[in-house]
Design a protein around this ligand. Structure first.
Ligand SMILES: Cc1cc2nc3c(=O)[nH]c(=O)nc-3n(C[C@H](O)[C@H](O)[C@H](O)COP(=O)(O)OP(=O)(O)OC[C@H]3O[C@@H](n4cnc5c(N)ncnc54)[C@H](O)[C@@H]3O)c2cc1C
Length: 359
């Protein structure tokens, strides 16, 4: 494992909202989240060190997708797709929504969809730290360095990764899982990865009024909010959404005042009097082709594997993707979850795997 920054300060995994949902439109994404949630439930025991359980702060709750009369048909279609894939999702009419979530302003809404189980949020950094600790106990070697290229044989197979400090690591397989830097790494192997850094601002705020049983709410505007202990997190919609430098972590503070707050105060009247306590910016490794991850071997370079382009839903998928890639490396095939749908081949063949629910 080559990692230039063992503090992971700028990694998306540290800057994530770390939430997990079943309300996707693509079967593979639902399968990966189902696997992810099972892993998170079992993680305190499976990743324990001696008597010390790995505490990942899993909160089982729900997402709540809201629709205006104009968006109702689309929400209904997505709910039907999810129900056909056994997601325990329910569509609530406006009146029922108002009873279920009395703190919500439903005046301009037609319906909303939430789930009975299978969604929630967790501590993303704790997951990263617990996996790293478990790896170290299993004698995985972590090298503080940066991969700057690859040595390839005449048939393009990867023979070694070249390191910034001057060394090289010979390898049977190489996995590119470098988040927003994956594109530049793949280019060194002659692979064009349509993955770019897109900035997302997250604001932490407090509210003196309680909002019982508050799920992760997706407003029709694209803004999301959810509870985090005695506070709330929210992310305003990113529109426009330009590619940015992977080094640009400056928070757009005006986005709270000008975009987030008016939407929050409209949707939840109690949010009229919120106070922002902190904020951060992070990057999606955004796949501009179809907003789904590229996972597995690159056609023509069988020992170069990808795990990138997660477009904002990568942390919940990490357990399933990690498992799948480990199986591919050890057995030459996927066993627990078939990840073929996420193959990079779809980009070469121009057959996008469209996900309708990207936040
Ligand atoms: C604000 C925000 C909210 C999000 N919310 C959610 C959510 O609610 N649910 C969800 O599932 N996902 C969410 N995501 C997405 C999720 O966090 C990411 O998809 C996931 O963390 C990506 O993990 P990763 O390991 O691929 O990338 P990262 O965590 O970014 O890790 C990449 C690592 O590669 C290293 N690296 C870079 N270049 C090199 C190199 N040349 N050599 C070696 N190493 C290198 C970096 O230092 C870094 O540590 C969110 C992301 C953001 C930014």
């Amino acid at each position: 494992m080559v990692e230039p920054d063992p503090s992971y300060r700028e990694a998306a995994s540290t800057r994530s909202a770390s939430s997990i949902r079943l309300q996707f439109s693509t079967p593979i994404n639902i399968t990966l989240s189902t696997f992810g949630l099972r892993f998170l439930r079992e993680a305190p025991r499976r990743l324990r060190h001696g008597a010390e359980a790995a505490e990942l702060g899993l909160v089982e709750s729900s997402y709540l997708y809201l629709a205006t009369p104009q968006g109702r048909a689309a929400l209904e279609r997505q709910t039907a797709i999810q129900q056909s894939l056994s997601v325990p999702v329910r569509l609530h009419e406006r009146e029922a929504l108002a009873v279920r979530y009395p703190w919500l302003n439903t005046a301009d809404l037609a319906a909303g969809a939430d789930t009975l189980s299978g969604e929630g949020w967790f501590d993303g950094y704790a997951l990263l730290a617990a996996l790293r600790a478990a790896n170290l106990r299993s004698r995985v070697e972590y090298r503080r360095d940066r991969v700057i290229g690859f040595e390839q044989s005449a048939d393009r197979q990867i023979a070694a990764a070249r390191l910034h400090e001057g060394g090289r690591i010979a390898c049977r397989f190489a996995v590119i899982a470098a988040g927003t830097r994956s594109r530049e790494l793949a280019a060194h192997a002659g692979v064009d990865l349509p993955v770019f850094a897109r900035k997302r601002n997250v604001f932490v705020f407090t509210c003196p009024v309680s909002t019982p049983r508050c799920p992760l709410v997706i407003d029709p505007s694209g803004l999301w909010f959810r509870p985090e202990g005695d506070r709330f997190l929210c992310g305003p919609p990113a529109d426009p959404d330009p590619d940015v430098s992977p080094d640009d972590f400056e928070v757009d503070h005006a986005a709270f005042e000008n975009i987030a707050w008016p939407i929050l105060a409209h949707r939840v009247p109690a949010f009229e009097s919120v106070r922002v306590s902190s904020a951060w910016a992070g990057h999606y490794d955004y796949n501009t082709f179809d907003q789904n991850a590229f996972v597995g071997p690159v056609p023509g370079i069988a020992n170069l594997l990808l795990a990138s382009g997660f477009s904002g839903h990568g942390l919940q998928q990490a357990p399933g993707i990690g498992r799948g890639l480990a199986e591919y490396i050890c057995f030459g095939e996927y066993r627990s979850i078939d990840l073929t749908a996420l193959s990079y081949a779809r980009f070469l063949e121009n057959t996008p795997l469209r996900e309708l629910n990207v936040i």
